[in-house]
Design a protein around this ligand. Structure first.
Ligand SMILES: [Zn+2]
Length: 212
């Protein structure tokens, strides 16, 4: 009985994935992790993938599909939580075929509902403690006392603007263009649950657990 988490970066699906893995023993299948692992092994496939990514994605999609298929086969006895995949309609169709081949069932798809403005606010709200490196988010996970680090008591919390911000913004934009339409695809199948991703973490968990 597999699940899919559909949601843009910074929507909180990483946190919810960790909770489901811990509470219910789902196997967390993140295609981002699969790609990073494969590239790190410097295998033939990994090198090809790295080249595709550097050149700008053409061909990468096929290799990602191959990695996904292999990983599903390796974990077909488990309930799988798909995170970061599918991103497009053709991937959703490919996933259907892979799930069917492994005798699995796609039980439910969770769509993390949150708008782009809120996500930008979250990204911009990220601050780091200069003294111990603890990470906070003024929007979603502020320190207990304003401007003071919970871990070390230091008071040099600063926002670190970096390239990452730009990458995240691009990924958010492509989510709304390419991935959000999958909502309809799964809605028509009657397996979509929309969760309010602006709610506090515990409330989001509750919405998910109630629909399992
Ligand atoms: Zn600190």
């Amino acid at each position: 009985m597999h699940l899919i988490f559909l949601g843009p970066p910074a929507c909180g699906k990483g946190t919810q994935s960790a909770i489901l893995v811990q509470k219910y023993g789902y196997y967390h299948l993140s295609t981002g992790d699969l790609v990073r692992k494969e590239v790190a092994t410097k295998s033939e496939l990994g090198c090809k993938l790295k080249m595709c990514i550097e050149k700008g994605a053409l061909g990468a999609s096929e290799i990602v599909n191959e990695l996904l298929k292999k990983d599903v086969e390796n974990h077909k006895q488990m309930s799988i939580l798909f995170d970061g995949y599918p991103r497009k309609l053709d991937q959703a169709e490919f996933l259907d075929s892979v799930v069917e081949l492994s005798d699995g069932v796609l039980k439910r798809v969770f769509y993390f509902d949150i708008d782009a403005d809120e996500l930008y606010k979250r990204i911009l709200g990220r601050v780091t403690c200069n003294d111990c490196g603890a990470v906070y988010n003024l929007q979603t996970k502020p320190p207990k006392e304003e401007g003071v680090c919970d871990s070390c008591g230091g008071c040099r919390l600063t926002r670190r603007g970096d390239d990452n911000e730009e990458i995240l913004k691009n990924r958010i934009q492509s989510f709304f263009e390419e991935t959000a339409p999958l909502k309809d695809f799964y809605l028509k199948r009657g397996i979509l649950t929309v969760v309010n991703a602006r709610a506090p973490v515990e409330v989001v968990t509750e919405q998910i657990v109630n629909a399992l």
